[in-house]
Design a protein around this ligand. Structure first.
Ligand SMILES: Nc1nc2c(ncn2[C@@H]2O[C@H](COP(=O)(O)OP(=O)(O)OP(=O)(O)O)[C@@H](O)[C@H]2O)c(=O)[nH]1
Length: 188
């Protein structure tokens, strides 16, 4: 595999978080995205952050920040598309900004179990996590058509491209994600 880019998806609206920029919400004294950055960085060659506001704050991390090319927040696929267009190597591995305990070996697992698929994502404890995914840049072209047709379903799209899930060992807490202010108190 050539250069592997890690992409942190932080471009959502954070409606369940009262409209806050979820990646910047503090958890144990650090913005959520930074938890993800610290776990993703050792697993990839370079990290890019996909964000649509507070760009200067994300840039403080030293990472390049890529904004969506769509203005209407169509969902995570928009961030995936925008990042795939911007990466230098052939492959990107994605993580939401709201999963602060992602495993330190999930990228290795995705790479090893990819076979010849152009996209793979994490499944653990019978739950799919399609925003934790390894995707080839050539997927950007069909993704553009899919989004322009008004489609939004991430896993359906990845399956249609020949993608499949990769089983990771059961570790429920590793994939907890934070959606509401209550999640910040309860889970970590
Ligand atoms: N670039 C981009 N990322 C998005 C978009 N919508 C969601 N995401 C990202 O996709 C991941 C999962 O999305 P959600 O949990 O629904 O995040 P969200 O949209 O911020 O939160 P809600 O508005 O409460 O659903 C998060 O990492 C979001 O940042 C979008 O329109 N553009």
């Amino acid at each position: 595999m050539t250069m592997l880019t890690g992409v942190i998806l932080a471009g959502g609206q954070g409606r369940r978080m009262g409209g806050q920029d979820k990646g910047l919400v503090p958890l144990n004294g650090k913005p959520l995205y930074q938890h993800v950055l610290e776990r993703l960085r050792p697993q990839v060659d370079i990290v890019v952050i996909n964000a649509n506001r507070n760009i200067d704050r994300y840039q403080l991390s030293g990472c390049r920040v890529v904004q969506d090319v769509f203005a209407d927040y169509p969902g995570p696929l928009a961030g995936i598309y925008s990042a795939l267009r911007a990466i230098e190597g052939d492959w990107a591995v994605f993580s939401s900004c709201d999963t602060p305990a992602i495993p330190l070996n999930f990228v290795e697992q995705l790479v090893q179990q990819r076979g010849d698929a152009p996209a793979v994502w994490v499944r653990s404890q019978e739950r799919d996590h399609p925003t934790l995914a390894l995707i080839h840049r050539d997927v950007a072209a069909p993704l553009q058509a899919y989004l322009q047709a008004g489609e939004r379903r991430l896993m359906q799209f990845l399956r249609h491209q020949g993608g499949h899930a990769v089983l990771l060992p059961d570790d429920e807490s590793a994939f907890h994600n934070i959606n509401t202010p209550d999640d910040l108190d309860k889970r970590f």
